[in-house]
Write a protein of this length. Structure first.
Length: 230
């Protein structure tokens, strides 16, 4: 299985290549430079592995939620490569990829991305015996102070939403987090890990059916709404 994965839903731009059982990755924290960096990262990984694009078996993409332009870029890039090569695509939640970075310490996983406008994208997960995460409920967008979580005795919290709204999120947890890190972003290497078993099982989909996940349609407050908040 040769699988190329890309993830640009947040400030981090990353690509990963699964070659047999080996994972290669490139990642850079580079806001507003994703379009410039992404394809060169992919080409560098293929060159390092001694592969051509024609040697790929599948694509995987972090389909959001996250920054609208970043999510669109990743999905469009995956579609373009997959359509040119007639390859299936495995869409993966960017929040699930983020949750993969939390330690395996028995606590459930809360992945939170700063959604701006006073809100967070949030997803709750549990790690399985295979080391991969599975959702405990639907992903949401909304105010951190209003976050509803499934029952759990202990949580790990990961993502920029913790850095921005940690105090508000702490009020929603039953106890202080076992572990928390607000400086983590979704990475393509975890997109690849989550996508690999699905790709091997033939569960990739046609490129034209891959859709970005925004969770909300509104990207900015109106001037009136901005004034009302001050």
């Amino acid at each position: 299985m040769n699988l190329l994965a890309i993830e640009t839903a947040t400030e981090s731009c990353s690509a990963a290549l699964l070659v047999g059982g080996r994972l290669l990755a490139r990642s850079e924290l580079a806001p507003r430079r994703h379009a410039e960096l992404l394809l060169s990262m992919c080409d560098a990984l293929l060159s390092e592995a001694g592969l051509r694009r024609a040697d790929l078996d599948a694509l995987a993409v972090g389909c959001g939620p996250g920054a609208f332009t970043g999510v669109r870029l990743a999905v469009s890039a995956a579609q373009g490569i997959a359509l040119a090569l007639d390859l299936p695509v495995v869409p993966v939640s960017s929040l699930a990829a983020l949750a993969m970075q939390a330690p395996d310490n028995g606590a459930d996983l809360l992945a939170v991305i700063d959604a701006r406008m006073g809100e967070i994208y949030a997803g709750s997960f549990r790690r399985g015996e295979d080391g991969l995460v599975a959702p405990l409920g639907s992903e949401t967008v909304g105010a951190a102070a209003a976050l509803a979580l499934p029952p759990s005795r202990a949580w790990n919290v990961v993502g920029s939403g913790w850095a921005s709204y940690g105090e508000a999120l702490a009020t929603r947890l039953p106890t202080p987090p076992v572990w928390a890190d607000g400086e983590r972003y979704p990475q393509a290497i975890d997109i690849a890990r989550l996508a690999a078993p699905l790709a091997r099982a033939g569960q990739g989909i046609a490129a034209e059916h891959v859709l970005p996940v925004y969770l909300r349609d509104k990207v900015a407050l109106t001037l009136a709404e901005q004034r009302a908040r001050h």
